[in-house]
Design a protein around this ligand. Sequence first.
Ligand SMILES: Cc1ncc(COP(=O)(O)O)c(C=O)c1O
Length: 377
Amino acid sequence: MAAPAPAGSVPLMDPKRVYPSWGPEAEQALVRILREHSFVKGPEIDALEKEAAAYLGVARAIAVDSGTDALYLPLRAILDDRPADRREVIVPTFTFFATAGAVVNAGGRPVFADVLPDTQNLDPASVARHVSARTAAVVPVHLFGAPADLAGIRRACGAHKPFVLEDAAQAIDATVGGKRVGGLADAAAFSFYPSKNLGAAGDGGLVTTDDTALADLVAALREHGSTKKLYHHERVGKNSRMDEMQAAVLRRKWPHLAAWTAARQAVAARYAAGFAGVPEVRLPAPLPGTTHVYHLYTVRAARRDELLAHLKAKGIGCGVYYPLPLHKQPCFARFEPAACPVADQLATEVISLPCFPGLTPAEQDQVVAAVRGFYGR
Ligand SMILES: Cc1ncc(COP(=O)(O)O)c(C=O)c1O
């Protein structure tokens, strides 16, 4: 492990701390790629796709240039052939912008559903209120690393049976009934943004699915929609390829993912013990039968803004994910979103605390003491 942050301050995240475990091996691979000039469509991508599919328990994995395009490409595949008035896509309003941005860019109409206060994930009852014959797809997000209630969402959709695309950008390695997210619905999108639980050395993403026809279409859309013959295009796609260097880095980091996930879960367990007897702090509450991978350790806190200022003054990294739900974003006003009161409330309560592999117990004690001190506990 590299040295922790300067005395007195605790970062919200610090991916550099685990660099020694994977960096030297990746450096060798990167030098080889540079010397060979094998920058795109090479063996690292092929190997990454095979290894990722095996790890995630799916038939196919398609490496792409970002989590955003990992959402956009399957949405394009689903929406392209549907009439314009049947392109609604239900998304949770409490998520990162890309979940809904990808819907609009793919030619769909986002329909914002509310979330549950405890899990902060899509509320099946809200999905039931919005689903109709116009619904092409639902995109449940496994927010902060906690699996959404996919079974409940499917039940809520009843006979409409829309396509279900997991937004697993924050949740690689999380499980439901022992099975990893990414293989639990019709398709899934992962992000390898550098701060993610498995991050590349730049942008990257992955689409997973058991549907080989869909996988072929996504792979074609990733490369300007050319399916049968080079320079012949059945669809208009774009360039959404992942490059060899990102694949090389991800392959050297992947063997460490399980240990990093366990380290995040140990930090979370320590917080749960540390915040016992502090009713002002409500802890993450994953659904029974699921495992949470704590991409962010997000609690609901009384007097959140004051707590935020208090922690920042003490040099403790913390953040608000997310301060403005998507149904309130000016760019989505034209879709006339319905009210989502739970998300509105959460946006005033949530605060994310330091949680990452390499966080020391002493640093964590500092965070716990600062929070307890704020509430006089
Ligand atoms: C929930 C969610 N969806 C989608 C994305 C988009 O991923 P990327 O930043 O790799 O485009 C992110 C990442 O920030 C995310 O957190």
